[in-house]
Write a protein that binds this ligand. Structure first.
Ligand SMILES: Cc1ncc(COP(=O)(O)O)c(C=O)c1O
Length: 320
């Protein structure tokens, strides 16, 4: 769905809507490894994550189709980034927002959601989503004011990444992509970008990054991992028709270490899943050879992890 020529009900919303997408794609040169990978900087979206794209496409579509009324409440279950994105656009577009979030999500995310004026409902579920999704459905069944973006099943989630994020990569790289890798939460990003790249470059390989502790696509049992925002303990339905060629496992420990390298060696203040994606991309670049072009995503910003072990400075090495 094209969102480019949309006139929002509240004209003030145009400002923040115009900042979403068209993020930079930059080469990251790892001198010690002798490898370069290409990273799309999704943390540059206005609320700080790739999820701004999903929020924009779903809410613009809903407003256009008359599914959002002035008294509607946007209700979504989110581990944080989608909640922040929905809260940001709810504020700008003039809708109330209620976010259902697992108690395990970082406290910074709660602050951002509340700062944007949204209501937060926390649920206990050891980081699992199903509880929150069921709660949101029950609330919507009882009260028609709730609008559910349904990020886990909404096909716009895939379509938007195919039409925009994927196409942007194709235009920005100006030449074939050999491999693309990223983690999955709803699977929308991986499925959408995967489809766009495969249709332009049929030989491009598409890989899912999975935490080693929760490699579900590889048939392993989900366990606790520290890569927030991805791998919620089930295989999402949007991933089922993704053109996947394989999986790359990354430990939480390696993800943390690489995220700190991105902070201290590259000056890129990104979150843990970005570090995990970069570890996976470097593995692929090393397997495929230095002349091949491997693309990944830097999904969100570091400041939503201040209270996590990512910001434990006691074990930091001196800067290089
Ligand atoms: C923090 C974060 N949010 C979101 C995503 C993508 O999520 P989805 O699969 O829901 O599109 C990723 C993917 O790597 C991520 O790291």
């Amino acid at each position: 769905m094209a969102t480019d020529h949309f006139i929002p009900r509240h004209p003030r919303a145009a400002a923040v809507l115009s900042l979403i997408g068209n993020t930079a794609l930059v080469p990251l040169r790892f001198e010690a490894e002798g490898l370069t990978i290409h990273a799309k900087c999704e943390f540059l979206n206005p609320s700080g994550s790739i999820k701004d794209r999903l929020a924009k496409t779903v809410l613009v579509d809903a407003e256009r189709r008359g599914l959002l009324q002035p008294d509607s409440v946007i209700l979504e279950c989110s581990s944080g980034n989608t909640g922040i994105a929905m809260s940001m656009l709810g504020a700008a577009m003039g809708y109330r927002v209620t976010i259902l979030m697992s108690q395990g999500a970082s406290v910074e995310r709660r602050h951002l959601i509340q700062q944007l004026g949204a209501t937060l409902i926390l649920f206990e579920s050891e980081g699992r989503y199903q509880t929150g999704i069921t709660m949101s459905r029950e609330m919507a069944a009882k009260d028609s004011k709730y609008f559910l973006p349904r990020q886990f099943e909404n096909v716009l989630n895939v379509e938007d990444h195919e039409l925009h994020t994927g196409r942007e990569i194709i235009e920005q790289l100006d030449g074939p992509v050999d491999a693309f890798v990223t983690g999955y939460g709803t699977g929308g990003t991986l499925a959408g970008i995967g489809k766009a790249l495969k249709s332009r470059y049929p030989t491009a390989k598409i890989y899912a990054m999975e935490p080693s502790e929760a490699a579900l696509l590889l048939g392993e049992m989900p366990c606790c991992h520290q890569i927030e925002g991805i791998a919620d303990g089930f295989i999402p339905q949007l991933l089922k028709d993704a053109p996947l060629d394989g999986e790359v496992k990354v430990t939480s420990r390696d993800a943390m270490a690489m995220t700190k390298r991105l902070h201290r060696e590259f000056g890129l203040l990104v979150g843990t899943s970005s570090g995990a994606n970069v570890v996976a991309a470097l593995k692929l670049a090393s397997d495929l050879g230095p002349e091949k072009r491997v693309v990944t995503l830097l999904c969100d910003r570091a400041e939503r992890y201040f209270s996590t072990s990512l910001f434990d400075h006691s074990s930091n090495p001196p800067p290089v």
